[in-house]
Design a protein around this ligand. Structure first.
Ligand code: SF4
Length: 337
């Protein structure tokens, strides 16, 4: 299939079926950038609410650059992958200081910013300014590798081949519609499992469908083995407050608020024995991170109104106020909201 036939069919499909009312579908590179970062590893439906709140709180890149990191992280609580939020904040500061408070409109300048790779840069330029730059996110990889049955022995080779293909397919005009159409087709029709081929504009051309090889594309990289780790955490309660610590930068969840963590159960028990509190409950919670499976062993200790804790640094926080603090979702599981 010629590139022009591919893009024409795709855009026709988009005109009839694509998404046109997402809150970030505006000619504003700041909004497109924030949405693109939020959409990494997260579904559109889950992102809409977070995006609206974020833009309401930080309507411009300058307002984001001037924010405290903690405020940015709190609005990210629940989305996970907190490095994305930290990079967004760093990028806003760099643009404020070096690019007159706006995102640059050159591919290489965008890609030099924290957290912006080639796909995000291409999405910013095409979706906000209609400039002809290809993208290669998970949805695009799936559609293109299936329609043209593109594979390779090594994952780096595969990525190279796919980039070459999307460069060739990219039309000079209608970049905004075309890239949005590819992403929409991937997420709405050419789904990972059970693609709805009857609704696909490439039903007659798709090589994977013709050869009954849909399951083989996109080729899967070997996943790194998931590491297992146990954390021993202490939940100290006093009235309607719990003791939280701000995680340091070299730990899991850097900069987020969480319960005091101990590397062994003995260390945790020794700490409790120095205090006056009573153990009222112990339970365990499973939590999955990208490459790590955590078992969190929780010991709940009740303190009286007058008791103070000496050997653990931390701050007493109202349980009801936790949702306003930047915290990992694991804390929600433990506290029970
Ligand atoms: S025909 Fe099916 S497998 Fe092929 S691109 Fe369309 S939805 Fe995907």
């Amino acid at each position: 299939m010629k590139p022009v036939d591919f893009s024409t069919k795709l855009i026709d499909w988009y005109d009839k079926n694509g998404r046109k009312n997402l809150p970030w579908q505006v000619s504003d590179s700041y909004c497109v950038w924030i949405s693109e970062i939020m959409l990494q590893q997260t579904q559109v439906n889950s992102v809409v609410g977070y995006f609206k709140k974020f833009i309401e709180r930080f309507p411009t890149l300058t307002s984001l650059a001037k924010a405290e990191t903690d405020d940015v992280l709190s609005l990210w609580s629940g989305l996970g992958y907190y490095n994305r939020a930290r990079n967004i904040h760093k990028t806003a500061i760099v643009c404020f200081e070096n690019h007159k408070g706006i995102l640059p409109n050159q591919l290489d300048e965008l890609m030099a910013l924290p957290g912006i790779g080639r796909t995000t840069a291409g999405a910013i330029l095409s979706l906000s300014d209609d400039l002809s730059f290809p993208i290669l996110d998970g949805n695009v990889k799936r559609v293109v590798s299936r329609v043209f049955t593109i594979g390779a022995d090594k994952s780096s080779e595969l990525t190279k081949k796919l980039w070459l293909k999307v460069e060739k397919l990219m039309p000079e005009k209608n970049a905004r519609k075309y890239n949005q159409a590819l992403m929409d087709l991937g997420s709405m029709v050419c789904k990972r499992t059970k693609p709805d081929c009857q609704q696909c504009p490439f039903i007659h051309e798709c090589k994977a469908l013709k050869s009954n090889q849909i399951k083989l594309y996109p080729q899967k990289n070997k996943k790194p083995k998931q590491l297992e780790k146990t954390l021993y955490v202490l939940m100290v309660k006093r009235n309607k407050k719990i003791l939280l610590q701000k995680r340091d930068n070299s730990s899991i969840w850097p900069g987020l608020w969480f319960l005091p963590v101990f590397s062994t159960n003995t260390e945790l028990s020794n700490t409790i024995s120095l205090q006056h509190g009573k153990i009222i409950e112990t339970f365990s919670v499973q939590h999955i991170l990208t490459h790590r499976k955590l078992t969190i062993e929780v010991t709940v200790v009740q303190f009286g109104a007058e008791d103070s804790i000496e050997s653990i640094k931390g701050q007493w926080q109202d349980i009801e106020n936790i949702s306003n603090l930047p915290h990992p979702t694991a804390l929600n599981k433990i506290v029970g909201f």
